[in-house]
Design a protein around this ligand. Structure first.
Ligand SMILES: O=P(O)(O)OC[C@H]1O[C@H](OP(=O)(O)OP(=O)(O)O)[C@H](O)[C@@H]1O
Ligand SMILES: O=c1cc[nH]c(=O)[nH]1
Ligand SMILES: [Mg+2]
Length: 223
């Protein structure tokens, strides 16, 4: 995990060859939906595992069949709320919940409109109560303009103040990170890599394309 010096609390996993290999497969335009979804599930699991390294632990005593010894529990792992941003975060959440099996899960829908406004349509919001001991992990693979996550974080903030507020994604553009950190300085951001820039349609370059479409197929516009 590498801290990015441009912001406080922003980390990438460029030092992990395995995570970078999964990212490479996701970027490849020849990767089909099955492999794309599997890649996102894997990232949820491995990035979730990496996150546990930043969590508070508690020393406990454990009795083996032979004698007593010291052990630990990752205390924070038991107080996690995962917010799944439809659609693309579904496979990411599937991996995350393998690591945070006690998690309460919120589901929100967010659909980004066209450039230049990138209006966010958000019409399904189910978020559990957030307690002071909680670590809230907002899962969304792509942080592009940041419009989606700004809207989601506004909503999540209404449900209580957590111990930690985390965004876990696959790729981010610098513009999106800056907008989010400006509005929510306390938020921590973990992504595999921070890419170069956005194109005029708000897609991350080099990116991986439309994460939702690649995972689930492009929706029919006018049935
Ligand atoms: O940072 P932003 O500029 O807001 O873009 C990022 C959002 O775009 C994608 O969602 P999309 O609206 O395509 O919905 P989908 O997951 O259903 O495809 C992606 O999953 C993010 O939620
Ligand atoms: O590159 C991008 C930007 C927004 N949403 C995506 O799915 N991909
Ligand atoms: Mg999409």
């Amino acid at each position: 995990m590498i801290r990015d010096e441009r912001w406080e609390g922003v980390y990438s996993f460029e030092d992990s060859p395995f995570i970078m290999e999964i990212l490479t497969e996701l970027r490849d335009k020849n990767t089909d939906s099955i492999a794309f979804r599997k890649g996102l599930v894997k990232l949820g699991r491995y990035m979730g595992y990496e996150l546990t390294k930043t969590m508070d632990v508690e020393e406990v005593e454990v009795e083996t069949p032979l004698e007593k010894t010291k052990g630990i529990v990752v205390k924070d792992r038991r107080n996690v709320v995962i917010i799944t941003v439809l659609r693309a975060a579904i496979p990411l959440m599937e991996g995350l919940i393998k690591v945070f099996e006690h998690a309460r899960v919120g589901i929100v829908s967010a659909s980004r409109g066209k450039a230049p406004k990138f209006e966010i349509e958000m019409n399904y919001i189910k978020i559990p109560n957030v307690k002071p001991d909680d670590t809230v992990i907002v899962a969304d693979p792509m942080i592009a303009t940041g419009s989606t996550l700004l809207r989601v974080l506004e909503e999540v903030s209404k449900y209580g103040k957590p111990k930690r507020l985390i965004i876990l994604g696959v790729l981010a553009a610098p513009e999106g990170i800056s907008r989010i950190k400006e509005a929510f300085p306390e938020v921590e951001i973990f992504v595999t890599k921070i890419d170069r820039e956005l194109n005029e349609k708000g897609y991350i370059l080099p990116g991986l394309g439309d994460a939702g479409d690649r995972a689930f197929g492009a929706p029919l516009k006018n049935p």
